[in-house]
Every structure is written in structure tokens, then in C-alpha cells.
Design a binder for this molecule. Structure first.
Ligand SMILES: Nc1ncnc2c1ncn2[C@@H]1O[C@H](COP(=O)(O)OP(=O)(O)OP(=O)(O)O)[C@@H](O)[C@H]1O
Ligand SMILES: [Mg+2]
Length: 251
């Protein structure tokens, strides 16, 4: 049975008014369907509108024209169905790991015993069960990303929106987190929209790669590399062939 459309992006345009009174047209009637449980990576040059698109899907800012439907409903603001992981660590520095991860559950008034059970489950999934009582300043950059991941996952959204979450990490840490993310995605599948300008990262993670250019979809690449994916994949011929193909679009 064909998968259902989870996110329907329908001719979305975004024009920013700049401080000096000019209009900056960033997205131009961009249309795209993202399927349920799909892992889509969006790549494109700096400034092409990736973050803008993600924040409109998240409901953090409106489109100038066009609309986005999630499960058939028009997006008019943020919602619990969409969890966002930003490029910067959006975690509370003054709260211990455990209190960061349970924050959303607390807001929703989930009783403490249930809350703790959920938090333990997600800390275990990201391998941070022994760090529950640490403060963020006591963690490495990679561990902070894992806290951010566990925090959004604990809220159980159906869609995960990620804006270059691993952009600031060194290569080995980034590779490890990509594997962790795929493991999470396999255990608790969510429709995932992942922004990156790292082509290799996009190939390693995705089912489809959407290349943005000049505020539009330049091309959509079906990534048929088999799953589960392991580090060895990164040096295989097929992997590098896709890399070559995509580079052509990005130049
Ligand atoms: N709030 C804003 N007001 C005015 N212009 C903005 C605003 N936010 C973004 N822009 C402009 O919109 C364009 C696209 O920005 P956006 O952040 O979406 O790009 P991006 O593809 O995410 O880039 P990067 O890869 O560098 O993160 C840029 O030219 C930027 O200057
Ligand atoms: Mg961006």
C-alpha cells in the first residue's frame, strides 16, 4: 500500500522585509510531499532558504503565500506533533540532563512516576542513562546533541524537524550520532525532515534527498541504499556515485 502523505507543502513562498526596507524573496512557490515515516534530507547552498522552510513547517513563522498541511490540517502555529532540533543546542544549561528531557512532559502535566519512566527510556536509547544527573556544562558537544534528541523524542511527536543538528561536531562524533539517530528512527519511527549541507550526511541518513536552489526544489533524489546502514557504507562505490551525482546539482 502506498504510504500516506504526512507533510504537504503547497506552493509556499516567503518574502522577508529587510531592515533597510527591501523585499527578499527566499522561497518561491515551493511544493513538496513528505510521506509518513520517511526520512527526508534537505540540502542546498547557504542562504537558499532551508531554515526558513523548516521553521514554516514547524509553525514558527508564517509563509507569505501557499500553505502546509500536516495530516491534512493546515499548519497555523507550532504543535506537539512536530518536534524541532535546532543547530544550536536548545537545552537549558541550568537544568540537569534528566530535567531537560522531562521538560515537555512536565509542561503537559504527565505524572512524575510516568515522566521518569519515559525519561529513563529515552536516556537509555541515546546511551546517556549514566548521565541523568549531570549538568550540560559537564557534557561533551556530542552528548548535548543526544540530550536535545532525547528531549524531543520524549515528547513523542509524529514529525521530527532537524536543522543541521550535527553541523558543529567533529567528523567521528558526527558519524556516531548519525548511527544513533538511525537506530532511534528504526526503534521509534518518525517522519523526519533533516537539514544539512553535508552531502555525505544526507546520503547516509535519508530515503530521499531534496536539493533546494533559488527558493525552489531543484531535484529530488531517491536514495535506494539498503538499510540498516553501517559506517562501511561511506566508502562504497555506490555511495560515492550518489555523492558525485549530487555534487553536480550543488555547484
Ligand atoms: N528574519 C529574517 N529577516 C530577513 N531576512 C531573513 C530572515 N531570516 C532569513 N533571512 C534571509 O533569508 C535567506 C535564507 O535564509 P535561511 O536561514 O533560510 O537560509 P539557509 O538555507 O538555512 O542557510 P544556511 O545554510 O546558511 O543555514 C538569507 O538570505 C537570509 O538573509
Ligand atoms: Mg540554515
Amino acid at each position: 500500500m502506498p504510504k500516506k502523505v504526512k507533510i504537504h507543502i503547497d506552493k509556499v513562498s516567503k518574502v522577508y522585509q529587510t531592515e533597510d526596507g527591501r523585499e527578499l524573496s527566499v522561497l518561491r512557490e515551493l511544493s513538496l510531499d513528505i510521506l509518513e515515516d520517511e526520512f527526508v534530507c534537505i540540502i542546498g547552498p547557504s542562504g537558499c532558504g532551508k531554515t526558513t522552510l523548516l521553521s514554516i513547517i514547524a509553525g514558527l513563522q508564517p509563509a507569505t503565500s501557499g500553505r502546509i498541511l500536516v495530516d491534512g490540517d493546515i499548519v497555523s502555529g507550532p504543535g506537539r506533533d512536530r518536534g524541532v532540533v535546532f543547530q544550536e543546542d536548545a537545552i537549558f544549561l541550568w537544568r540537569k540532563v534528566i530535567h531537560n528531557v522531562e521538560y515537555g512532559l512536565q509542561l503537559r502535566k504527565v505524572p512524575k512516576t510516568e515522566r521518569r519512566k519515559i525519561v529513563q527510556e529515552y536516556l537509555k536509547l541515546v546511551g546517556l542513562e549514566d548521565f541523568a544527573n549531570f549538568f550540560p556544562k559537564e557534557l561533551s558537544g556530542g552528548m548535548k546533541k543526544k540530550v536535545a534528541l532525547a528531549t524531543v523524542y520524549a515528547n513523542d511527536p509524529t514529525i521530527l524537524l532537524m536543522d543541521e543538528p550535527f553541523g558543529s561536531l567533529d567528523y567521528p562524533t558526527k558519524c556516531r550520532l548519525q548511527l544513533e539517530l538511525l537506530k532511534l528512527w528504526k526503534t521509534k519511527t518518525k517522519t523526519t525532515v533533516f537539514i544539512t549541507h553535508d552531502v555525505e550526511e544526507a546520503i547516509f541518513l535519508s530515503d530521499r534527498i531534496v536539493v533546494l536552489q533559488n527558493g525552489k526544489v531543484e531535484t529530488v533524489y531517491e536514495n535506494l541504499l539498503p538499510r540498516p546502514r553501517a559506517d562501511e557504507l561511506r566508502v562504497q562505490t555506490e555511495f560515492n556515485k550518489i555523492k558525485g551525482d549530487l555534487r553536480g546539482y550543488l555547484e
